[in-house]
Design a protein around this ligand. Structure first.
Ligand code: NAD
Length: 452
């Protein structure tokens, strides 16, 4: 969709005007159009900042090396070098004095990180820290990484933090590949937790991550669902695209392009769970990936909201999802090591004017995945939510100009995201290598200022 400010800035005739008026000039984000490759970081320099007593250094080094990066410690970087990746092993941090290490290593470095670079901080989970002070110190890194994200965002650099349990150091490979790669162009200021609680699927692929997997994407006819269906297909998944019967023509077209199987079904119909169970049993025998993307808005302030607005949103965005999950899980149709991904929203994180109904359902999904993830971890199944911010879709393009401009600029990257950015995060959470990430909600919002 068109971004007027970017157009103004990129045109030599109008660029000077934008500059004279002091308008922001959003950086062009580097995105990946293809699938993951084993040597994802080929030609890139990665700097590793370390703390004594850190427990992830070995596995970080192994992944960065195997992915083709040239690794340097902070002191080893040449004057002219502009590293694309900075990984900070802060898992050894115990005391306030230890923060000095962060300052000393990162202060001289941050201004030298390349445009569109990546910073990933790795910290011990505060609840597993060895002392009360260590717990507070670990939590302090959230403030640090979010502030750094705001500082570096205008240069297209994303900054994220992963709390890594001591026994989960060997589950970082895919986490590093995603958060240090181009796939995370619009994911910044996020905190995730990596644990060893979920049963691992064994050998983890580095290319064609979803080969042999069957994935169902609801609401696949357009927008984020369409981008997701494409992205999962690109990684080798066999895709089932579901949408309402009224969108059948678009759905048929999309599915034909992807060699996917179309399924015209309203998820809120009372017989939808049973019909879905029958369809999966008869045609696929089970699902490895389920992306609950279909969702609707029926906006009105609560004082003016008709009951059917309330009920429709509850039904499509929440009740239908729960009913489908129950039916598929009871029928044993979610395979071991399956991946469940739910589309939440920034409204679910921060609330939004006129969206009491929508925000309730989207916040409920955050609570739902947090509880569901742990109940399924013995079978190796992960459930996570994705909360998009301002994504350039037909929906946001239809917003009034000033509302749209505000939504687009109120984030560290000063621009809207693309459906592909959301699909990248869903692709990561759908991959076997995301086994350490279960019950999390991750925003894809360019570090949106609202609800941060
Ligand atoms: P969209 O409206 O463009 O697409 C939604 C798709 O879901 C449509 O194809 C629609 O036909 C389908 N759908 C709706 N009701 C259905 C039902 N009952 N059964 C089956 N299919 C149904 O939406 P989008 O912008 O691509 O958003 C996708 C998801 O992401 C939604 O859950 C939305 O709430 C969430 N989200 C989007 C944004 C954004 O900026 N676009 C931001 C936050 C959250």
């Amino acid at each position: 969709m068109s971004d007027l400010l970017k157009q103004l800035n990129s045109n030599p005739l109008t660029g000077w005007l934008a500059k004279t008026l002091g308008l922001p000039n959003p950086v062009t984000l580097l995105r990946e159009e293809g699938a993951y490759t084993a040597e994802l970081f080929q030609g890139k320099t990665a700097v590793l900042a370390t703390s004594s007593g850190g427990y992830v250094q070995e596995s970080v080094r192994t992944t960065l090396e195997q992915a083709g990066a040239t690794i340097k410690l902070t002191g080893e970087l040449g004057e002219a070098q502009r590293p694309e990746i900075l990984v900070v092993d802060a898992t050894g941090l115990q005391s306030v004095e230890d923060y000095t290490l962060i300052y000393e290593q990162l202060q001289p470095l941050v201004r030298r990180i390349a445009v569109n670079g990546r910073v990933l901080m790795l910290a011990p989970p505060p609840e597993q820290a060895e002392s009360v002070v260590a717990s507070g110190v670990a939590r302090g890194l959230e403030g640090f990484s979010r502030s750094l994200g705001k500082e570096l965002g205008p240069r297209g650099i994303t900054v994220n933090l992963a709390y890594v349990a001591p026994d989960a150091a060997d589950r970082l490979d895919m986490v590093l590949r995603f958060f240090c790669g181009p796939q995370t162009a619009y994911v910044s200021g996020q905190t995730i937790t990596v644990t060893a609680k979920t049963r691992t699927p064994g050998v983890l692929p580095r290319e064609q991550l979803l080969a042999g997997k069957v994935a169902l994407v609801t609401g696949a006819a357009r927008g984020i669902g369409l981008a997701t269906a494409r992205r999962l297909h690109q990684e080798g998944a066999t895709v089932i695209g579901l949408d309402i019967p009224a969108a059948d023509e678009e759905l048929q077209r999309v599915c034909k392009d992807l060699g996917a199987t179309p399924l015209a079904l309203d998820i809120s119909a009372s017989d939808a769970p049973q019909r879905l169970v029958k369809f999966i049993q008869e045609n696929f025998g089970g699902l490895d990936i389920l992306v609950h993307n279909a969702g609707i808005t029926r906006d009105k302030t609560l004082g003016k909201m008709p009951e059917h607005f309330w009920q429709q949103v509850m039904q499509v965005n929440l009740a239908a999802i729960i009913a489908i999950d129950e039916a598929l899980l009871n029928a044993q149709l979610i395979r071991d090591c399956g991946r469940l991904v739910y589309l939440s929203s920034m409204s679910g994180v921060a609330g939004n004017f006129g969206q009491t109904n929508y925000a309730t359902t989207k916040a409920a999904l955050i609570g739902y995945v947090a509880a569901l993830g742990s109940t399924l971890s013995e079978r190796g199944i992960c459930a996570n939510a994705v909360a998009p911010g301002f994504i350039e879709t037909a929906m946001t393009d239809a917003m009034p100009f000033f509302t749209r401009e505000a939504g687009r600029r109120l984030n560290s990257l000063k621009q809207g995201g693309q459906p592909r950015d959301v699909a990248e995060l869903i692709g990561f959470l759908s991959s076997p290598g995301a086994v350490g990430v279960n019950g999390n909600t991750i925003r894809v919002c360019g570090q949106g200022l609202i609800g941060a």
